[in-house]
Design a protein around this ligand. Sequence first.
Ligand code: NAI
Length: 470
Amino acid sequence: ADRITNICCIGAGYVGGPTCAVIAAKCPEIRITVVDRDPARISAWNSDTLPVYEPGLDALVKRQRNINLVFSTDIDRAIDEAQLIFIAVNTPPMHHHTHVSSLGAKPDLSAVSDCARRIARVSLTDKIVVAKSTVPCGACATIAQMLRDNAQSGVRFSVLSNPEFLSEGTAVRDLLHPDRILIGGDDMVAQDRLKAVYMHWVPEPNILTMNMWSSELAKLASNAMLAQRVSSINSISAICEAVGANISEVAAGCGSDSRIGSKFLRPSLGFGGSCFHKDIASLIWLSESLGLPEVAEYWHQVLALNRFQIRRFVARILADASRGDGSSGLQGRRVACLGFAFKEGTGDTRNTPAADVCCELLRNGATLSVYDPKVSRHHIVDRLAAAAGTDCSVDSVTVCADAYSAIAGSDIVVVLTAWSEFRVIDWEQALKLMAKPAYVFDGQIVLDHDRLRQLGFNVFSIGHTHVTAQ
Ligand code: NAI
């Protein structure tokens, strides 16, 4: 009776879906029901085309589905039947306009609170409630209080913090081979039960139990430190362009120091995705509310540098590729945008640097043809319309079905996502399709720049000395 045999996961998103698919595959004796208040999401999980693209996910879900993995909209029933409930709903940043001086943003925990109240109302037996959503320090204690306040008489809840560290694009691999699992809480029995679930496939030394606050803070701190590495290398890339150093060489020079390590030192247009911005904003908010403005300011610089990288890149395009015939900016220029997802391996466009670059290009009068191998036309248009606001229109955006159709007729190619298929584009062929002089701006350092220059392209790449052709 002490073993977990029935799990419910509330939130069938990027985290809930893949996480439960892996648990189902690794724990055949556990039945998992993933529920969501969005019926479209649930029917997509039950269909041939899953709502989330991740390498390996499709096969995994289709193998376990309706064996021990169920997707349902019947939230109350799934809660009632489960011994352990994951909360994996979204925790977006709250947009507050009142404190303009504040650098941070408190995460909106209303979805998490809704879940807590619902669990309390529906549960007739004791439950372990596990916060998988990323929440600020103290949120699990608040969840525990809400559960107690709203509980049916005699029902006991144990709350654990179990943040998720998967990264989009490699979610299944990350879930199968996690560097570590954190289980925060003060109920050791509950911790052991959750630990027993993970021990089906995760070596025991990789499962760390700790107090609730440590576990909550470790998640925010990990994302902040990863983003900080991106901003660190990008700050150095700006120096490279000015002094003639090559960022790839500098990154190798730094990264081969075992104390620094080589991962996450790839210069780029900056980080995107749903988590880094929001979690740093949450850390900044936390620091401010604890009366630690120096700490808040420190992390704020990581965000500021990320925006600086986009401004620099667009400024470079304007400086090099404006017509110079008196017409302003990029008026009359067609720009092929290769990639739109916030990184390779995913179709996710939340906070994608590509949208910021595209909007700036549109504001400067450019016409865009966009291609991304995993992002659908309507996602690109919707994301751009949202990012553009009212000061520019997406009428001059065409979404293309492949890289060559995007490149055809363009003056400028910009690489916005590091998809490996861009490396194997036939650039000789591409050059024939383009107007001359042809420009390539590589924001992700994926192309062979020497070869492109030999072919006759004007090439600029982030973090490399700026050489003009001719
Ligand atoms: P998501 O937006 O993809 O999915 C959340 C789902 O929860 C949605 O389908 C939504 O309909 C559902 N939902 C919201 N409120 C609900 C309610 N009251 N009842 C039932 N369903 C409800 O979000 P995602 O990306 O899966 O993130 C979830 C949490 O995990 C967030 O806190 C995020 O910070 C964290 N996280 C996300 C990672 C990522 O790579 N996306 C990685 C690690 C953590």
